[in-house]
Design a protein. Structure first.
Length: 327
């Protein structure tokens, strides 16, 4: 019980920026039309109850599905759109003639059926649109910084985090360096049990297969407790232009503190926003450090599995395939 509470608290702290943004996003959608229509700054009708119900619902979803960032954003936008449309729809309901009990039940059932069909579809379409926009320009040159404490000795943690050509461990696999010093990097999620974990270096090709590298690296400076590298990311949401990545380990009491800086990352505008909201640089190191410390679970949000849209589909009877259920 104590461990679960600690994990939830740490997860919420890691996602503090995202939680605040999700809380105000429906208001940012609702407020401009409300002011234009003369509705004022405070919701008055059904939209008020919708806005009041959103924060606790959002917290439950973030705790249960911490990695489903785009789905949380799309649901927040949908809540804002619904809150905007409800005051417009209320006068039309007022014009309806009086209904007997049978007609009232029929109207409620038809409305519920429409809501069950339309709202999940709208949520899914908004989520698809956000995921699509993540890949689109403009691209920004952004800097990020992450800092994580560890109970491990500094030298041991530095050895585990060091990048080098021809590596094969639980965190990453790398290939040979070319004439200019660039070598491919395949990242591995140590919290997933994958076929190929623990393979010796001479069998690295069996694990990698046709999968393209996650990035290309070139070592600029190499010290006993840190490195300075150039990195070229291969993901479509990032620019292929190189950026600087610096990490260092410093003694801190009985343990140490690891810091990473990424300078000049070419990310799309929406990706840069999401990385900042989720403190992705810190989360990445948190997952690796938790694994190296031998903890039974990590508090890094992006490692957690689950999707509210897939959970909703399963609830409605459309079971997702096993491989989709863990994405």
């Amino acid at each position: 019980m104590h461990r679960s509470f600690h994990r939830t608290r740490a997860m919420l702290f890691a996602l503090r920026r995202l939680i605040v943004f999700l809380a105000i996003l429906p208001w940012l959608v609702w407020l401009p039309p409300s002011l234009l229509l003369g509705e004022g700054l405070i919701p008055q009708g059904w939209d008020r109850w919708l806005m009041l119900c959103w924060p606790p619902l959002m917290l439950v979803l973030v705790i249960r599905f911490p990695a489903a960032v785009t789905e949380h954003l799309s649901l927040a936008l949908l809540i804002g759109f619904l809150a905007t449309l409800l005051p417009v729809a209320e006068p039309w309901f007022a014009l309806m003639p009086p209904l007997d009990p049978g007609q009232t039940i029929t109207v409620i059932l038809v409305g519920a059926l429409i809501a069950v069909l339309v709202l999940p579809m709208s949520w899914a379409l908004l989520n698809f649109a956000i995921a699509h926009l993540q890949m689109k320009p403009p691209r920004l040159r952004v800097n990020s910084r992450g800092k994580v404490r560890s109970t491990l000795p500094p030298q041991r943690l530095a050895r585990a985090l060091r990048f080098a050509p021809m590596q094969a461990n639980t965190l990453r696999m790398t290939g040979a360096a070319d004439a200019e010093g660039w070598f491919p990097l395949w990242l591995r999620n140590p919290w997933e049990r994958r076929l190929g974990d623990g393979l010796p270096p001479d069998l690295r090709s069996t694990f990698i297969g046709p999968r393209r590298p996650d990035a290309w690296l070139r070592i600029i400076e190499d010290g006993p407790l840190g490195q300075r590298l150039e990195e070229r990311n291969t993901h479509p949401m990032f620019s292929p232009r190189p950026f600087i990545m610096i990490w260092s380990v410093e003694p801190d009491g009985a343990g140490c503190r690891v810091t990473e800086r990424e300078i000049g990352v070419g990310a799309t505008a929406l990706s840069a926003l999401l990385m900042w909201l989720t403190d992705h640089t810190t989360a990445h190191f948190r997952a690796n450090v938790d694994y190296l410390e031998g903890l039974p679970e990590t508090t890094a949000p992006y490692i957690q599995s689950g999707s509210p849209l897939l959970a909703l589909a399963a609830l409605m009877g459309d079971k997702p395939p096993p491989e989709a259920a863990g994405t």
